[in-house]
Ligand binder design. Structure first.
Ligand code: KG4
Ligand code: ZN
Length: 334
């Protein structure tokens, strides 16, 4: 069965063709990063305009690369939230049009769930119960996935998302956007224990929520102080110390979740899960008997393959959506 997956929730216009949920025939991602770079973040108005320009050529390219035509497609899956409203509407409207015109099953996909399916795709025999951590530019969600594949939100960020913190710290350091890859790169040359940054604390010891604005502000004050004193800014050391502290914060919550639910398998997904330092830190630091699962690198950041894969499984379970489905910018995992 061939599924067309479409993703336009943020600043990637993406389309993919998935065969039987197991084979990615094509996975085309047109990034808008160069249009948003100068603004240090995604500008919603620019994003939706670029999606309108790119969506049809990107879908056509995904069909060409898969050597199929629209006539061969047997279902259309599209992200309907969470994300930017104007951006979501572009993909959603085109997907509805194709499904209606060709009388195909239409499947609305939760972007967060799609990130998890990027991981299930790599490990098809992985079965819940599991702890899930979704870390991206817009999300930091710690979840419990029950035996029946039901999601329960255990904790989320109270301020910045992890990827957002990487992006903001990169901006403070005068690096480029998006910040995650460049911070990971320069951190390799830095000493992670050279600068002491704060671990976030909540009054409630039991909470599984996160906070990343404190560490970002600590980096800002540190840099401003050095600038005032006309001292050089140790970019590599700051990047390494920041990255280590973020890894420690995330691991602390993972350990709490593991203990709370007695589960020893953890899946980590979303753009930030492509960070190699985080991956090895989690695996090294956690006690024996806990297994970590990450998506392949190309399926960590936003793409439509994960949407098509998720769509295939939803369709198999009979979970299609009406064509009246609306975009939901603040859709949650539960
Ligand atoms: O999943 P994604 O493509 O989009 C959202 O759904 O938000 O994630 C993008 C985020 C950006 O904030 C980017 O800086 C971060 O993922 N990111 C990384 C790395 N690669 C991307 N963060 C840390 N290390 C990386 N290697
Ligand atoms: Zn995403």
């Amino acid at each position: 069965m061939l599924i067309l997956g479409i993703e336009t929730s943020c600043d990637e216009t993406a389309s993919a063709i998935i065969k039987d949920g197991r084979e990615i025939l094509s996975n085309v991602v047109s990034s808008q990063v160069k249009f948003h770079k100068n603004f240090w973040g995604v500008v919603p108005e620019i994003a939706s305009r670029k999606h309108i320009e790119m969506i049809l050529p990107v879908i056509q390219e995904s069909l060409n690369k898969a050597k199929v035509s629209l006539k061969d497609i047997e279902g259309v899956a599209v992200t309907f939230g969470p994300g930017l409203l104007g951006s979501l509407l572009v993909g959603l409207t085109v997907a509805k049009g194709i499904a209606y015109a060709r009388n195909l099953p239409f499947i609305g996909i939760n972007h967060l769930e799609a990130h998890l399916y990027a991981c299930f795709f790599k490990y098809p025999h992985l079965t819940p119960p599991l702890i899930g951590l979704i870390i991206s530019g817009g999300h930091t969600e710690l979840i419990y996935i029950s035996k029946d594949k039901e999601y329960e939100l255990l904790g989320s960020t109270r301020d910045d998302a992890v990827g957002e913190a990487f992006d903001k710290v990169a901006r403070i350091l005068g690096l480029e956007y998006p910040g995650g890859p460049v911070i990971e790169k320069i951190a390799k040359k830095g000493d992670p224990s050279s600068i002491s940054l704060p671990l976030s604390h909540f009054k409630d010891n039991e909470t599984l929520d996160f906070s990343f604005s404190g560490i970002k502000t600590a980096v800002l004050y540190y840099v401003e102080d050095l600038k005032r004193k006309n001292k050089p800014i140790p970019l590599e050391n700051i990047a390494a110390s920041f990255q280590l502290k973020v890894a420690e914060m995330l691991l602390k919550r993972i350990v709490q979740a593991i203990n709370l639910r007695g589960v020893n398998k953890v899946i980590v997904a979303g753009g930030v899960s492509s960070n190699r330092f985080l991956r090895s830190f989690f695996k090294e630091k956690i006690s024996r008997g806990v297994d970590f699962f990450f998506p392949s690198m190309e399926l960590c950041t936003d793409n439509a393959a994960m949407v098509g894969i998720c769509g295939y499984y939803k369709l198999k379970e009979g979970k299609t959506s009406p064509l009246s489905l609306d975009a939901n910018p603040s859709l949650r995992i539960i």
